[in-house]
Design a protein around this ligand. Structure first.
Ligand code: RAM
Length: 527
């Protein structure tokens, strides 16, 4: 499946007032200096790589390297920011430039695996690697790019027989728009392993909170609406940066695609620009983001400003319905849901439509917009009927999707969240899924984003113990596997999983995986 689904004759429709509002809410970035902790060796462990401590940084500083020697610096935790390196020389006066390679890794595999071997589907430029000539030594070099990393390898490719390059010191000016003082302490009742999980989620959040809510500070470094929705939910119970959510809402509302479609993602540099990727589910999530924002802030003005844009997404979604009120399927990348290989999106998309119609109804009532509320009601009845008539397979006990009548976790989960069937039936589906775990005939899940919806479905069905167990098995296992932040993709049974052709291009601090904090903080507060 091609993931390039650019709109033909793409045009951006700008609402200047909305954009101005968004720009007036630009956050200031908090800066702090992070210093290295130690040097490490990257070693093989099974099918993965691990960092093994060599020496404290205070003992490593000043290390002398001759080609092809290298040192791998461990900053002790995930960092997002600007790196400064200090170099000098040992031996005779340097009679030739030093030529070095720098590699930054969120995980050890990014340092160990060869960048030249990457031939995947997205730009190799995301691999954090630099080749540098240093003409004059000593030198203090502040690198112009912002990096997301914990490990930094400095390798000398060339010096001269007469001198060695010394790595005198390194530091990182880390940046975030998160304000840690806003995070409330967890209730006493929260056990240790959930405290740890909350801490990793918070770190993930903070490192993704920049000029906007980025999806990942290593890649794609931009505002995606699916990620925003989960970040915003988590933000309301953690960093309370509601203005950043508001900014993102006005950006999406103020920079529309053809036909006033809300785009899937947008860029803030070099100028504000909506991307030409359109996704069925992501456009509808504008409704969810607005509803969640309004519920959490009571900001009526924003609701009034953006309601029309939100409602219009339903009008557009209607164009994709067939005569039976079923979402039409196609072979291109029209809807996201998850990166699971071969996943058919039809049933899941129907679920997303129903979920967001229900949310739109809440907003329509809030807006006292009777006409639209009625329109939404009608559509809800028809789309729910369509799901139970055409997608539900009573014999199998599962929803099915697409021409091949595929059964997947994503289809079940979204149609459970949509509340198509009565609560007891939904619980039974979840039980059946659990019993079929590992069954290859049912398409599984590979992103924390999809796992979030699974856990949400378990909570909604009152399966609280199962929901926490799932969090422990998934996000807890990620921590066991060495996560400083939560990943973009994770399959406990396959460390190599990547929709892009290589794990070194995956992002290992990814916004949509931050929701354990949301579940933990919501649940323990309600207890
Ligand atoms: C990837 C990113 C992003 C996600 C999109 C759909 O490029 O991981 O977070 O929202 O896919």
């Amino acid at each position: 499946m091609a993931i390039n689904n650019s709109i033909e004759n793409f045009e951006m429709i700008v609402n200047d007032a909305f954009v101005q509002k968004a720009q007036s809410l630009r956050p200031t970035l908090n800066k702090s200096e992070v210093l290295p902790v130690s040097s490490v060796a990257i070693e093989r462990k099974g099918d993965d790589w691990v960092a093994v401590k060599q020496a404290d940084w205070s003992e490593t500083k000043g290390i002398e390297l001759a080609p092809p020697e290298s040192v791998c610096i461990d900053f002790g935790d995930h960092c997002v920011g600007y790196v400064t390196l200090k170099f000098a020389s040992a031996g005779s006066p340097p009679d030739a430039p030093a030529y070095i390679r720098l590699k930054f890794g969120e995980l050890p595999c990014e340092i160990a695996e060869k960048s030249e071997d990457y031939h995947g589907s997205i730009g190799a430029g995301w691999i954090q690697e630099e080749f540098l000539h240093i003409d004059i030594l000593p030198a203090e070099i502040r690198l112009p790019r912002r990096y997301a990393f914990r490990y930094l390898e400095v390798k000398v490719l060339a010096s001269s027989p007469k001198y060695r390059l010394t790595v005198e010191d390194a530091s990182c000016e880390s940046v975030t728009s998160a304000d840690w003082s806003k995070v409330e302490p967890l209730p006493e009742s929260v056990p240790e392993h959930h405290r740890k999980m909350d801490a990793v989620s918070l770190k993930t959040m903070a490192d993704c909170m920049q000029d906007v809510f980025e999806d990942g500070p290593k890649r794609d470094r931009r505002l995606w609406i699916g990620d925003l929705r989960l970040q915003a939910l988590t933000n309301y119970v953690t960093f309370h940066n509601d203005d950043l959510v508001k900014r993102c809402l006005y950006l999406f509302g103020g920079l529309l695609q053809n036909e006033r479609h809300v785009g899937a993602c947008l860029f803030v540099e070099p100028k504000l620009q909506i991307d030409d990727t359109a996704l069925f589910d992501y456009a509808l999530f504008f409704i969810s983001c607005l509803k969640d924002y309004y519920e959490n802030t009571g900001d009526r003005q924003t609701l009034e400003d953006l309601w029309e844009v939100a409602y219009h997404q339903i009008e557009l979604a209607k164009n994709r319905l067939d005569e039976n009120y079923l979402v039409r399927d196609s072979d291109d990348w029209w809807c996201f849901l998850d990166w699971a290989d071969g996943l058919n999106k039809q049933a899941g998309a129907q679920g997303v439509l129903i979920v967001t119609l229900k949310e739109a109804l809440v907003l329509a009532n809030e807006m006292k917009d009777g006409e639209k509320a009625e329109e939404i009601q009608k559509l809800l009845i028809k789309t729910i009927n369509a799901a139970s008539t055409y997608l539900w397979d009573e014999k199998k006990g599962f929803f099915r999707s697409g021409a091949q009548r595929q059964i997947s976790w994503a289809s079940q989960i979204w149609l459970i969240l949509a509340g198509v069937l009565p609560a007891e039936k939904n619980r039974q589906i979840l039980g059946r899924l659990e019993a079929k775990k590992g069954d290859k005939s049912i398409i599984g899940m590979v992103t924390p984003y999809m796992y979030h919806h699974y856990v949400e479905a378990l909570f909604r069905c009152g399966l609280v113990d199962e929901a926490f167990k799932q969090m422990d098995d998934y996000w807890g296992q990620m921590i066991e596997d060495g996560a400083d932040c939560f990943f973009e993709l994770y399959d406990p049974d396959n460390r190599y999983v990547s929709p892009y052709g290589s794990r070194i291009i995956n992002s290992y601090c990814h916004a949509w995986s931050c929701t354990p904090s949301y579940f933990i903080r919501k649940w323990y507060a309600e207890e």
